[in-house]
Write a protein that binds this ligand. Structure first.
Ligand code: BG6
Length: 605
């Protein structure tokens, strides 16, 4: 999964490309490169490593003057992170340069065909076949060569293409990978995501699959898959630049953790009208729905696990949570009586897109809950409920997760009203809890000044267990993932009641166990699990409500959370665990916003 940018206009392209790539580094950052049109030829500079290394190598772009260029930041899929495998890739005759985000699934057969025709390859990447196809098909008509090349490709691709024979135009092509055009004055842009555009223009054209565009300094022409030109709507990017900057925090992740009350309020407020939950202008018919399947990856999947309890309890519809990477190949028992809910911050996760298409092909309607406007999942869905979290830059999601929960809670109440599964008094009672979530989350942010001390105590642990029951277990899943993905400490979430069936064998002297114990209905049970692990020498950090004084005598350390209706408690309980993981990672000197091996959105399988 990678990020691509392009510029054509009056300014020097290289500095603009570098700035755009910095905004896209969260999409992948193991190598990078830019290509700039210079006096009828294409100059290329590539590095293994981060954008900063590329900026240094090109002296912030000054070594590559020219007003047309493309750039790329890579998350390696085919071929290790090396200069040769970094994009842009160039044709053997040097007339073409290409940047690509996605996977060319038939690249091996194309590579073989091209090599048999005498083209030589400099890299191990799938992308390089594109630039040789361009050389093969170009006979003076660049648009035609782009169409013929695209017609040979299978898989997912957002492409930026330069041709030195035609220095005043460049092409952008979209198929199953995000690609947005920036409309300027006397200059135009393309990028994988709006954060690379907002510094220059707020006018954006969201290309759809199968579409491609010709960009010149004076304009953009969009074409459909048959090559027919048509007018595409220009949207206004509403995100402000500050929103995509750190705002004074040390890390984007810390900023985004602190933004959660606002993000949850922003997601909820437009959907609470006259004491009712309204889901934008959607009418989702739930009558006849016999099953709800929630599918996602990573933290989004865990958001589904946490919201399952609320949806089942309020809508009386069974909810199945499925990992998208599993669901896409499981030939699922899904039909028109199933409602699919797809969770995705980026709206571009390949496994989630594939699972969604699989379920839709079985007749299910899909409700997408996504954070990125105009993203692939948003476009493919039958219904789309945007989370209004604003840009989430840190690779490990926080406000993306809690706003997904918020949207799911809204859906649960919407469904309860539609299906009349709760009476008005119960409905209003739950609605009040929902409305209080931002305040409760703010309290959760403020009520544990000891978190940094706790991080200093636990940051050298080799492993941690996160245990809980019911809704607490669902939060334990996400709490363990947060700890793993940013502090690199092995952390395992476990159903508290299940621990004694084997895994307790791993509990030895000093083993940290984070025990979530916020659900009054089962607190006693989890406390007995705490006693069991304590008896084997565990060091227990309990997460509980302040009024649970009994647990204070049991646990070695405490994290408190405000008391919340368990059905909606995950959005509050997770907050101190996000902070704990953040402080532990900081103690361990980890790259918190860009953890090793991870990417913000995995748009490849
Ligand atoms: C992972 C991210 O790559 O993908 C996680 O690091 C995220 O934070 C998961 O939860 C799913 O991504 P998305 O964009 O589909 O929510």
């Amino acid at each position: 999964m990678c990020g691509i940018v392009g510029y054509i206009g009056m300014q020097n392209a290289a500095p603009i490309l570098l700035e755009g790539l910095k905004k896209l580094e969260y999409r992948g950052y193991d190598s990078a490169g830019i290509a700039v049109m210079q006096n009828g030829s294409i100059a290329v500079s590539k590095v293994t490593g981060r954008i900063a290394a590329l900026a240094e190598k090109t002296e912030h772009g000054s070594l590559l003057p020219g007003t047309v260029g493309i750039g790329h930041t890579r998350w390696a899929t085919h071929g290790a992170p090396t200069d040769a495998n970094a994009h842009p890739h160039t044709s053997n005759d040097g007339r073409f340069a290409v940047v690509h985000n996605g996977i060319i699934e038939n690249y091996l057969e194309l590579r073989k065909e091209l090599m048999e025709k005498g083209y030589h390859f400099d890299s191990e990447t799938d992308t390089e076949v594109v630039v040789h196809l361009m050389e093969m098909y170009y006979q003076g008509d660049l648009k035609q060569a782009v169409m013929r090349t695209s017609a040979r490709l299978c898989g997912s691709y957002a492409l930026g293409i330069l041709c030195s024979d035609e220095p005043n135009r460049m092409f952008a092509v979209r198929e199953a990978s995000p690609l947005i055009l920036g409309v300027g004055v006397g200059e135009n842009f393309f990028a994988s995501d709006v954060t690379a555009l907002v510094a220059y223009t707020r006018n954006a054209i969201y290309l759809d699959d199968g579409e491609f565009a010709e960009l010149t300094p004076d304009g953009i022409q969009v074409y459909d898959c048959t090559g027919q030109p048509f007018r595409k709507k220009v949207s206004r990017i509403s995100w402000d630049i500050q929103a995509a900057e750190k705002g004074g925090y040390e890390h984007f992740m810390r900023k985004e953790i602190m933004e959660q009350p606002r993000a949850v309020k922003a997601t909820m407020a437009p959907r609470l009208k006259d004491g009712q939950v309204v889901l934008d202008d959607m009418e989702i018919d739930l009558h006849g729905i016999r099953k709800i399947v929630i599918t996602a990856c990573g933290s989004a999947y865990y958001a589904g696990c946490a919201a399952k309890y609320a949806i089942e309890k309020l809508c009386h519809i069974p909810v199945q949570i499925e990992l998208a990477s599993e669901l896409r190949y499981s030939d699922p028992l899904i039909d028109a009586t199933t409602l699919l809910i797809v969770l995705s911050q980026s709206g571009e996760t390949a496994d989630t897109i594939a699972a969604m298409k699989e379920c839709q092909s079985h007749g299910a309607k899909a409700l997408a809950i996504v954070n990125v406007v105009g993203s692939t999942i948003a476009k493919l869905a039958d219904y789309c409920l945007y989370t209004w979290a604003g840009p989430e830059i840190a690779v490990a999601t926080t406000k993306g997760y809690t706003t997904q929960l918020t949207a799911l809670y809204l859906f649960a109440l919407y469904g309860a009203k539609e299906l009349r599964t709760v009476d008005e008094a119960e409905y209003q009672k739950k609605l009040q809890v929902l409305k209080a979530l931002p305040k409760l989350m703010q309290q959760a942010l403020d009520m544990n000044p000891n978190l940094e001390q706790l991080a200093k105590k636990y940051h050298r642990a080799h492993s941690m267990f996160f245990i809980g029951r019911n809704t607490d277990y669902a939060v334990a899943l996400e709490g363990a993932l947060k700890m793993k993905e940013i502090s690199y400490i092995h952390a395992e979430s476990y159903a508290a009641g299940e621990l004694k069936h084997g895994t307790i064998a791993l509990i030895s002297e000093g083993q940290p166990v984070i025990a979530l114990c916020c659900n009054d209905a089962i607190t006693e049970k989890t406390m007995s699990n705490i006693v069991e692990v304590k008896a084997r020498g565990a060091e227990v950090l309990a997460v509980a409500c302040r009024d649970n004084q009994k647990i204070v005598s049991l646990a070695d350390d405490m994290i408190f959370v405000p008391k919340v209706e368990p059905l909606f408690s995950a959005a509050v309980e997770i907050v101190p665990l996000q902070l704990l993981a953040y402080y532990v990672a900081r103690e361990n000197g980890c790259d918190i916003d860009k953890p090793k091996n991870l990417a913000k959105s995995v748009t490849v399988e």
